[in-house]
Ligand binder design. Structure first.
Ligand SMILES: C[S@@+](CC[C@H](N)C(=O)[O-])C[C@H]1O[C@@H](n2cnc3c(N)ncnc32)[C@H](O)[C@@H]1O
Length: 250
């Protein structure tokens, strides 16, 4: 079984159905709502750089971090022309240590923090971000909701056939760990009509708002807002994503 986002990286942009310009506009509305006018932005779990691309288009200076080298290679291929305002860093966000930096704002879009599987991972990540964001700076992130991980993903499986590959996505909700284990299997064509089978495993943990509030409090952050994505109201029982806005204590 390969690491998460090793095989998926080359297909990620084709499989994602998200409207990234709308996603970035939503994030911008939130930072505006909380009075931020960021120039330098730290992006965690940037993946193939879809939100990054929109932010660069608006003139921001971005440092974007991801632990998956294949995802970053896709980002580099798409965003290389912005190299004067973009730094891509291959790093685990739990080991950030960007102490010489001074960001106005940090973001993590599209459930990157669900990959933090224990309290220690959250603490390390949030302390690392706190160490390189200006006092009063904001942190915006979303999490997959209880309803999405337990019911929508649940024990469900999906399969899709494309001209040049096929994939299977099998979800396993584990009540004892509070995690959704996802097995992704790709069949990729090779010579003479043969297919190579590639498998990778993802684990996302369900974190409740009270957990998140505690992690933020323990690491020098204050939760300023909690919304049903992509709106500005509290989440509903069937919201798929929970959006958080936190600020760093001055
Ligand atoms: C669902 S993807 C989202 C990618 C991108 N933000 C987007 O909106 O398309 C989650 C990303 O988080 C990254 N990630 C997960 N855990 C990480 C960690 N500990 N450190 C850095 N990146 C991580 C994965 O490699 C992946 O690229």
């Amino acid at each position: 079984m390969d690491l998460a986002y090793s095989n998926l990286a080359q297909y990620y942009d084709r499989l994602m159905e998200a409207d990234y310009p709308a996603w970035a506009r939503y994030i911008r509305s939130l930072w505006q709502m909380f009075g931020s006018e960021p120039k330098r932005i730290l992006e965690l779990g940037c993946g193939t750089g879809n939100v990054t691309e929109v932010l660069l288009g608006w003139g921001h200076i971005i440092t974007a971090v991801d632990q998956s080298q294949p995802m970053l290679e896709e980002a580099r291929r798409k965003l290389g022309r912005h190299s004067d305002r973009l730094q891509l860093i291959n790093k685990d966000m739990r080991d950030l240590a960007l102490t010489d930096q001074d960001f106005d704002l940090a973001i993590c879009a599209c459930d990157g923090f669900n990959y933090l599987l224990d309290r220690d991972s959250w603490t390390r990540t949030l302390r690392g971000i706190a160490g390189c964001v200006k006092p009063g700076g904001l942190l915006l992130f979303d999490l997959n909701s209880a309803w999405k991980l337990q019911e929508l993903y649940g024990q469900n499986s999906y399969a899709e056939l494309y001209e040049d590959f096929a994939y299977f996505w099998d979800n396993h909700w584990e009540p004892d760990t509070g995690q959704c284990r996802m097995e992704l299997t790709f069949f990729v064509p090779e010579a003479e009509g043969l297919y190579q089978r590639l498998c990778e495993e993802h684990r996302q943990k369900l974190w409740l708002p009270e957990d998140v509030n505690g992690f933020l409090r323990d690491t020098g952050w204050v939760c300023r807002g909690y919304f049903g994505f992509p709106g500005f109201e509290p989440p509903q029982p069937e919201s798929e994503r929970w959006q958080f806005v936190a600020s760093l204590l001055a």
